[in-house]
Design a protein around this ligand. Structure first.
Ligand code: B12
Ligand code: SF4
Length: 617
């Protein structure tokens, strides 16, 4: 089920609302000496193709955005810990400014949620008198917040509150807590008083656990969903991302925090790619994608001037040169895209053209790339060097969003001619064979076509149910989703598209091997040699570098997924019949109406009872 839509016309915050809130908090902050640790959950078992480099070498934008918002609001005593870099971090041992922090925030994607739950369990070991207020957020919180509660990995305890929204929701929560907080009182105590008064119920975008043991042990008996957040329409109202980078915990093996954050001069070494929010949203409505519904069908933008300023300041202060736009479909609206790229191409700072100093890449669609065909040279001039395109299935048998073999080829060739690397993202599915004769349907056939058209890298993921999508529930109710194979349970980290965990194929192991064969067909020493030979094209050595990264990545993919393929081949497969359910009842704060962030409600129709004789015959 997709996230429900707010009433038409009420999807967005009032213009200026976030700026006003930031100002109010700054005034409040003068009376509060708040310390905060923001942890980014990361399960290292997800390390393989196609994300092998970007997963750890790009400090995630979500935690940095929250960190920036905290600094901007007047709370500089904030540290961001990435489990990507600090595998052994134990929140029970963290100290900041010589004390246990007041707030402990956890950001998690769905596939990293085991690690998030373990951190919750760990931080709850702290003495109740000093324990921080635990706030969970991020995409897992948006789509399946109820899974933070009643899980054995966190000892059945959950966070004190889940934020199912963005900066505005968190800052609104903080404003209420700080307004409640009295001299000498902890923010956690103020939070519970505010909650008891019902003062948090009016902030859309929260999940509030209730019950007699919530405060002491985090065990909820009921979850209150305050509704779908209002989204920020004008992204220029966000705090500047320059703040977030000064909060990063240096990479290390310690369980504790180091005395100081990562020095600015060392940021680039550990995070050479800077992810940057430029736009949010997409006009398409692919049934396996939660993005349009999350964005309430809105396309939200930062201004061209602001994007240029962010790139420049991040370059000046941290030496960052490569940026990755966190866009869902950067080319979504032609006129606005042109405005951004024209500015980036023309902008100068201190007499230096911006495009001489920075390079950027992002995600787009094939359809919109063709709409922008004549402008691709300008887009390159603005610093763009690579675009990731959702090709899914070139023949449009699986997904129809205006793509075809000819259109994809045309888009890829145009990008290459303009000196921009086309980076295809494909989706393998049950009905796609490894090879097909006389058609372009097979996986290898399509990879061959993409390579001929100029693809520089390759992403092939298995179709996997994504929470918050139209297809999510029926993938479960149709019995496609694997719960375990042999003794091995499918854990969240296996929901990353690299494992075959949803299939009606008679031999699902074949699908698993197909993914590996697809990668080996694309990334191999032969194609490395070919790309080295052809290095004098407009994209230079990039295809050869990608071959090197790909070959390292494919060895990791084999190491991690081969065993799963063998299990699928030889052991008994058990399947789910229902999508993930909540162990704790959920409701809205006003009534017993269905909670908008609750699990998908499914109706189970009892099978008609067969007469015994008929059943036996
Ligand atoms: C960039 C990106 C990546 C990069 C991440 C690199 C990096 N280190 O940052 C790469 C390419 C590696 C990647 C990979 C994958 N990704 Co990805 N990715 C994105 C993308 C496009 C942008 C993320 C981002 O930076 N957004 C900008 C920041 C500012 O927004 P944010 O992260 O949502 O954070 C905001 C809020 O969530 C909230 N928030 C976040 N944390 C916290 C914490 C607290 C305490 C609070 C209060 C609030 C809060 O406030 C933030 C500011 O508004 C999103 C889609 C999207 N548009 O968001 C998908 C997305 C995060 N990816 C997703 C997925 C599924 C994957 C993959 C599994 C691949 C796949 N099958 O699609 C892999 C996993 C790889 C891995 N091992 O982790 C899903 C996650 C779904 C889920 N249920 O968790 C998303 C949401 C796309 C989708 N399907 O909707 N991804
Ligand atoms: S084009 Fe991409 S971002 Fe847009 S709905 Fe489809 S999958 Fe989602």
């Amino acid at each position: 089920m997709e996230l429900p839509r707010r009433t038409r016309g009420d999807e967005l915050l009032r213009p200026g609302e976030l700026v006003e809130l930031r100002g109010r908090l700054r005034r409040l902050s003068e009376r509060h000496d708040l310390t905060t640790v923001i942890a980014c959950a990361f399960d290292h078992r997800t390390r393989m193709l196609p994300f092998i480099y970007a997963d750890t070498r790009m400090a995630p934008a979500g935690v940095r955005a929250i960190g920036s918002a905290m600094v901007d609001a007047g709370f500089p005593k904030t540290r961001i810990v990435l489990q990507q870099w600090n595998k052994n971090f134990k929140p029970s041992r963290m100290r900041l400014d010589g004390r246990v922090p007041d707030l402990f925030m956890i950001s998690s994607m769905g596939m990293h949620s085991d690690r998030a739950l373990e951190m919750i369990r760990d931080v709850r070991q702290l003495d109740a008198a000093v324990r921080p207020l635990i706030i969970a957020g991020g995409s897992h919180a948006v789509y399946e917040p109820f899974l933070f509660f009643g899980d054995e990995r966190s000892g059945n305890a959950g966070p004190d509150v889940v934020v199912t929204g963005e900066e505005f929701v968190l800052l609104s929560l903080l404003e209420v807590i700080l307004s409640y907080q009295t001299q000498g009182e902890s923010p956690r105590s103020a939070f519970f008083r505010a909650r008891a008064d019902g003062a948090l119920n009016q902030i859309p975008g929260l999940i509030l656990p209730l019950g007699p043991r919530v405060e002491t042990q985090g065990v909820a008996e009921e979850l209150i969903d305050t509704g779908i957040q209002r989204l920020l329409g004008d992204l220029d109202e966000l705090a500047h991302p320059v703040h977030g980078y000064q909060l990063l915990e240096p990479p290390g093996r310690d369980q504790t925090l180091s005395p100081r954050a990562l020095e600015p001069a060392r940021v680039r070494r550990h995070s050479p790619i800077g992810s940057l929010v430029m736009t949010f949203g997409c006009k398409f409505a692919c049934p396996y994608c939660p993005i349009p519904a999350y964005n309430q069908r809105q396309h939200r933008l930062k201004s061209a001037e602001r994007i240029a300023d962010e790139m420049w300041r991040l370059h000046k202060e941290y030496g960052l040169r490569y940026f990755f736009g966190t866009d869902d479909n950067f080319f979504n609206t032609k006129s606005r895209t042109l405005d951004i790229v024209q500015t980036l191409a023309a902008k100068e700072f201190d007499g230096v053209p911006l495009h001489k100093k920075v390079r950027w890449s992002t995600e787009v669609t094939v359809h919109d790339t063709l709409q922008m065909k004549e402008h691709l040279p300008l887009i390159r001039k603005s610093g763009c060097r690579a675009l990731w395109l959702g090709v899914e299935d070139m023949t449009a048998t699986l997904v129809k969003k205006g793509q075809s073999v000819d259109k994809t080829t045309e888009a890829f060739q145009s990008l290459r001619e303009a000196g921009i690397c086309p980076m295809p993202m494909m989706m393998h599915h049950d009905s796609q064979p490894l090879r097909s004769r006389g058609t372009n349907y097979g996986l290898l056939n399509q990879i061959r076509l993409l390579r001929k058209a100029g693809a520089v890298s390759l992403q092939v993921l298995m179709m996997t149910p994504s929470p918050g999508t139209k297809l999510f529930a029926e993938t479960y109710t149709k019995g496609l989703v694997i719960a375990r194979a042999g003794g091995r349970e499918v854990r969240p980290y296996m929901h990353d598209g690299n494992y075959v965990i949803a299939s009606s194929h008679a031999r699902p192991w074949r699908k698993q091997f197909n993914l590996l064969l697809g990668y080996l067909y694309f990334y191999n020493p032969l194609w490395l040699a070919v790309n080295l030979w052809r290095r004098k094209t407009k994209v230079g050595m990039k295809p050869a570098y990608m071959q090197l990264v790909g070959m390292i990545g494919v060895s990791q993919s084999i190491r991690r997924t081969f065993g799963w393929a063998i299990r699928l081949m030889f052991t008994r497969i058990r399947r789910h019949t229902l999508p993930p359910q909540t162990t704790v009842p959920m409701r809205t704060n006003e009534s017993d109406a269905v909670a908008p962030h609750g699990p998908v409600e499914v109706t189970i129709h009892a099978r008609p009872v067969q007469p015994v004789a008929a059943a036996l015959s």
